[in-house]
Design a protein around this ligand. Sequence first.
Ligand code: NAD
Length: 360
Amino acid sequence: MELKITCIPGDGIGPEIVAEAKKVLDAVARKYGHTMNYTDILMGGASIDVHGVPLTEEAIETARNADAVLMGSIGGDTSTSPWYQLPPNLRPEAGLLAIRKALNLFANLRPAVLYEELADACPLRKEISEAGFDILIMRELTGGLYFGERKTIEENGVVKAIDTLTYDENEIRRIAVKGFEIAKKRKRKVTSVDKANVLDSSRLWRRVVEEVAKDYPEVTLEHMLVDNCAMQLVKDPAQFDVILTENMFGDILSDEASMVTGSIGMLASASLNDTRFGLYEPSHGSAPDIAGKDIANPIATILSAAMMLRYSFDLDQEADAVETAVKRVLQEGYRTGDIMSQGCVQTGCREMGDLVAQRI
Ligand code: NAD
C-alpha cells in the first residue's frame, strides 16, 4: 500500500521526534511491504521565520492532498521567543487552529494508557493503578462553548459576560459515529459523558448518542455525568474504554486522564474529520527547554504514528506491531530521561527511535 503522509516537524523538539517516528514507519514499510511517501511542510515558528505567517495556503493544500498528517509540535518559549511579540493571529499556535479548521478536524482522540512498566509514575494509589488502564477520550473539537457566540456587556452599571453553548444534532451524530466506530476496534464500550441533569445541549447529546448506538449493537453504551466522570477517572480508571464527550468537558477530562498516567512523553493524539483523514501528534508541546539535545522522548510521536496506521490506513496489524515494539523496549528497561527510573538504561531520542524500529 502507498501511504501519502504530510509531515510537520514544527519547532523545538518537533523535528527530532518526527524523525524517530519516520524511522519506525520506515521499518513498518520494510516489514509489511508498504511505500511511505513523505512531504514536509512548515508550520508554527518555523513557518513564521520563512514566510512571516504560521501556516501558508500552499502548506494547507499539501496537507489536504495527503492521506494523513504526522506532526511533531509547534511553538517556542512563550516568554522569550520573538514569535510571541507578534499579534495573536500570527503566532505559532494560530497555525494549528488554522489547519484544524481548514481540514475540518472535529474529532479529537487522546489515549491515556498506563504501561505496567511505568506504573511508578502514576500518581494514583497502588491498589488503583495496579489494575492498569487504557482509555481513549474522544472529544468534539469544533463546536460547543468554545465556538459559541460570546460577548461582554454592561447592564445597569454591572459588567456581564455571556458565552453560549450550542450543538446541533448533526455535530453530535458525526462524533458519536466516530466514537462507536473506534470502540469497535477496542473493548467495545462507550461512556458518553454529559451534564444532562442541567443542560439542554447535553439532553440532545444523550438522545442523539442513543440513536447512533442502535446501529452498533455490539458496543455497550453507558451515560455518565461529567462531575461523576471526573471522580471515576481517579477512583477506577480501569472501567473506561472510549469516553465520548463534547468540547469543554473533553478538554478538561483529557488533561485529567493524561495526568493520571504520569508520563507526558508517552501520550499520543489524533484529530480526525469525517473521512479517513487525520492529523496525528503527541499530546505534549515543543519542549523548547530540551530542544536539540537528543534527550526528548519520541514515544508519544511514535504512538501517534501507530494511531495513524490504525485510523487513517486501517492497518491494524502494523499499528499493533508499533505498539508492541514500544512495550518491548520498555520491558527491556530502556528509558529516556523523562521516564527514567532506577535500574533502567537511559537512552537518547535517536537511540530510543532505533530501539523501537529494530523491534518491528
Ligand atoms: P511542553 O509540553 O512543551 O513541556 C512541558 C514540560 O514537559 C517541559 O519540561 C518539557 O521539557 C517536558 N516535555 C514535553 N515533551 C517531552 C518529551 N517528548 N520528552 C521529554 N520531556 C518532554 O509544554 P510547554 O512548556 O507549556 O509549552 C512549550 C511550547 O509548546 C509552547 O510554545 C506551547 O504553546 C507549545 N505547545 C504546542 C502544542 C502543539 O503543538 N500541539 C501543544 C502544547 C504546547
